[in-house]
Design a protein. Structure first.
Length: 387
């Protein structure tokens, strides 16, 4: 019989150990445009920080060999959370130690080992939550706790020497503006997508033959690359704005916020329509017949019976749309819509990796937060539907 009781945790611990031993913990470059040289944990970090990280990885390995009781699984979650903080703090200490007033343009960034360690630690927390059978509320509390701890570490200033935070310090005002614009673009696309997609999904569920034409058009839209769709909208919207100045006055133009929002709405329609139809089609016909036998009208049946029963599937479609839209909104910066994609494309143009991260990392965090929130809503809706 294998002595490994948790294969997932065992593999994560081995990968973390290999990354620490074989790859650089941070990279140090003379300026933001150069890749820089990798520095191993043992050569760069203080002895206490290196020992703490090595001890954390060893603790994960030991936990993977223990009988998987609830206290052991909670221990795995605690170790994983602590490893995330220890990794970031150690990288901040290394970056602070490498600051040289004679070379103010020098940059220190997270290396491969640090990224791998953070990822493996996060996966260890996720694995522990799954094995504990944690409900949506408990998962949200744990996630919020980890995010709050990382936020406190950021607020303490211990990570300020890292190149990612130095880019943020240089772009603080622009970052706040583009973050708000990114979220506004997502919200502006999500609302009309739901307002159009849900009624269309209901219509398709009621008249299946209608679905052939609807899905043919929506599937065609999905085959068009996002950059191409943004480009295709420029000419017709510019002509429309020129022909009707009143439309131009309210923001309809070839580039900017409106075409980006329109493209995102078009991409979002398919998941909304498909999941709305699937949710309604999945309602037990016997339940609907029983509602009719009780004297409910068709409108009452929809709002009191079909709608609540289909809600978990509909919310699952909204989750897909929300996460997809948060990611696609990055590309909208190419046509002047702003958002976090502004930093991504500026960084690509300047060969500045950390400027790219300034746009990419918050986008990933927003998408993960939205996914967790929507998963929680789906599970709550399923529990409410269950007898």
């Amino acid at each position: 019989m294998s002595i490994v009781r948790n294969q997932v945790l065992f593999v994560l611990a081995l990968v973390s150990a290999a990354a620490l031993a074989l790859t650089g913990f941070v990279t140090h470059a003379p300026n933001r445009l150069v890749s820089g040289r990798a520095l191993a944990l043992w050569h760069a970090a203080p002895v206490t920080a290196a020992a703490a990280l090595a001890g954390g990885v060893l603790a994960l390995l030991v936990v993977s060999l223990l009988p998987q009781s609830r206290p052991v699984r909670w221990g795995a979650a605690a170790i994983g959370s602590a490893l995330i903080l220890l990794t970031l703090d150690a990288a901040g200490q290394v970056a602070a130690g490498l600051i040289d007033p004679a070379h103010p343009a020098a940059r220190t960034a997270l290396g491969a080992a640090a990224w791998v360690l953070v990822l493996c630690a996060a996966l260890a927390v996720v694995d522990a939550m799954q094995r504990l059978g944690a409900g949506p509320l408990l998962r949200s509390i744990v996630a919020a706790g980890v995010v709050a701890a990382v936020g406190a570490l950021l607020a303490s200033g211990r990570l300020d020497a890292l190149s990612f935070l130095r880019e943020y310090a240089n772009q603080r005002d622009a970052f706040a503006r583009e973050l708000v614009r990114h979220m506004a673009l997502v919200a502006a696309a999500l609302v009309p997508a739901l307002a159009i997609g849900m009624p269309l999904g209901v219509a398709v569920a009621r008249r299946p033959r209608l679905g052939q034409g609807v899905y043919a058009g929506l599937n065609l839209l999905q085959t068009i690359p996002s950059v191409a769709l943004f480009g295709l909208l420029i000419a017709p919207l510019s002509a429309l704005a020129a022909a009707f100045p009143v439309l131009a006055a309210v923001g309809v133009q070839g580039i900017g916020f409106f075409p980006a929002m329109l493209a995102l709405v078009l991409y979002a329609l398919l998941p909304v329509v498909r999941n709305t139809q699937a949710g309604l089609m999945g309602v037990d016909a016997a339940v609907v017949e029983a509602a009719r036998g009780m004297g409910l009208t068709e409108r009452q049946i929809f709002w009191r019976v079909e709608g609540p029963l289909a809600l978990p599937v509909v919310l699952a479609g909204v989750r897909i749309v929300l996460v997809q839209t948060i990611g696609l909104a990055v590309v909208a910066a190419l046509i002047g819509a702003g958002g976090l994609g502004t930093f991504v494309f500026q960084g690509i143009g300047q060969y500045a990796t950390n400027l790219v991260l300034l746009g990419a990392v918050p986008t990933i965090v927003l998408a993960l937060a939205a996914d967790l929130a929507m998963r929680t809503l789906v599970e709550l809706a399923e529990r409410r539907r269950s007898p």
